[in-house]
Write a protein that binds this ligand. Structure first.
Ligand code: FMN
Length: 412
């Protein structure tokens, strides 16, 4: 998505059904994400949900008053309206998040005893269901039969996540509501069946590497990983099978992305080589160490008064190695330079046989490393495109626009 592209779900009408459980509060974030993505969102709260969350945040975030009751009629435009029918006729997608065992049961069995369950009686598949409940409830045969029956009818029932349950003493179990970002991705998948990166396995690298010197010390750099994480997250939203190989970075896994965490340049090389075997494209946004200590010690070096020289050796040049097996696959590099930024990046692109390279400055006022925004130049064999300073999520979109164009040429 470029800076001025419409939000992906603009024009799409969604109904967000919220039933009553501890995870109900997370649906506020989902409402926010859907609205940010451009969707119209009509929230429907069950009576139990209203015991867990207030309607106000939904109203503020979506601009529409949540519907709570069947009687007296709410959400109708005139007295003759039957909003439980008109909403399902108009909606492009009905999402139930969190979905309690109760609402799943009513949906599967055709019970309509409140507004949300009555609305679901006329819902066209696929509705998107994000269950959240205690693991024993999730495992119960009745619940599992209801889930199977909904799936057989063409509805999408997401797998709940594994995690710490609401009560700490219950420990880990399957029953957590899928994360709002993952529900948004599932919604996009249903509503936008052919995003421009679908079918592509894309490997993205991110972050610094750490090269061990002794038991407690290492050589590293200031890379935060923000660029690579933004790229992988955006690529997943655009339908790619995105794999992120990241050095140490204090960032959460982006929704829909498989993340492989590594430490050293050697580990990153191994991980990327494995993923590259069946990948269609690789974007190397990581700041991989060029050198590592020759003889790392398992113990901590003692300090002394004399100066200390640490002997360094070259690490494997990952891009150079992988470009040998490039074929007609897409290879994109990054160049982080302090001086002669575009000249050096051009030279690097040619030397490594890259389809294009993204050049950044890593000094002065526009230092890209660790920053949330950066000025970049995208350089291919024909031209250099100078971009303005862009937030890294937007810059990721620009880079993926290029990738998508190449991918569309490959597959058509
Ligand atoms: C504190 C508390 C937490 C609850 N959490 C859940 C839950 O996570 N999942 C679930 O299926 N039911 C949960 N319940 C039970 C539901 O709220 C109950 O089945 C209710 O009838 C659901 O109504 P609804 O499906 O119309 O929202 C919880 C109940 C309480 C009191």
């Amino acid at each position: 998505m470029s800076e001025n592209a419409p939000a992906p779900l603009s024009g799409k009408k969604t109904v967000l059904g919220v039933s009553g459980g501890i995870a109900s509060y997370k649906s506020i974030d989902l409402a926010r994400l859907l609205a940010l993505d451009g969707a119209e969102v009509q929230t429907v709260l069950t009576e139990s949900a209203a015991s867990f969350v207030q309607p106000l945040p939904f109203e503020v975030l979506t601009g529409q008053t949540p519907i709570r009751r069947m009687f007296p009629l709410e959400g109708g435009k005139s007295t003759g309206d039957m909003p439980h029918i008109s909403l399902t006729e108009d909606a492009d997608l009905i999402i139930i998040a969190p979905a309690t065992a109760n609402i799943i049961g009513k949906f599967a069995q055709g019970v309509g005893d409140d507004f949300l369950s009555t609305l679901l009686l006329s819902a066209k598949p696929p509705a998107l269901v994000a269950p959240a409940m205690n693991p024993r409830m999730w495992a119960s045969p009745a619940l599992q039969e209801n889930v199977s029956s909904l799936r057989e009818r063409g509805h999408v029932v997401m797998e709940p996540g594994v995690g710490r349950m609401a009560r700490a003493e219950e420990g880990l179990g399957r029953g957590r509501m899928p994360e709002p970002g993952d529900i948004l991705l599932a919604a996009r998948k249903i509503l936008l069946p052919d995003p421009d990166l679908s079918g592509m396995k894309l490997v993205v690298t991110a972050g610094p590497t750490r090269e061990k010197w002794d038991a407690v010390r290492y050589l590293s750099n200031r890379s935060s990983g923000k660029m690579g994480f933004a790229l992988a997250g955006e690529a997943a939203k655009r339908g790619a099978d995105a794999v992120l190989v990241s050095g140490p970075a204090a960032l959460a896994d982006p929704p829909g992305v498989r993340v492989v965490r590594v430490e050293s340049a050697a580990q990153m090389y191994e991980a990327v080589k494995n993923e590259w075997a069946d990948a269609h494209a690789l974007v190397m946004a990581a700041a991989v160490a060029d050198y590592r200590p020759v003889d790392p010690s398992a113990r901590k070096h003692k300090k002394g008064d004399a100066t200390l020289a640490v002997e360094l050796e070259r690490t494997t040049d990952i891009l150079a190695e992988l470009s040998i097996e490039k074929g007609d696959r897409i290879l994109v590099g990054f160049a982080a330079e302090t001086d002669e930024v575009t000249e050096r990046a051009k030279e690097k692109r040619e030397r490594k046989g890259l389809d294009f390279i993204v050049a950044n400055r890593v000094s002065g006022d526009e230092d890209a490393m660790g920053a949330d925004a950066s000025r970049a130049w995208i350089i291919d064999s024909n031209a250099t495109e100078a971009l303005p300073v862009l937030e890294k999520g937007i810059l990721a979109g620009r880079i993926l626009d290029r990738l998508a164009k190449m991918w569309q040429n490959i597959i058509t």
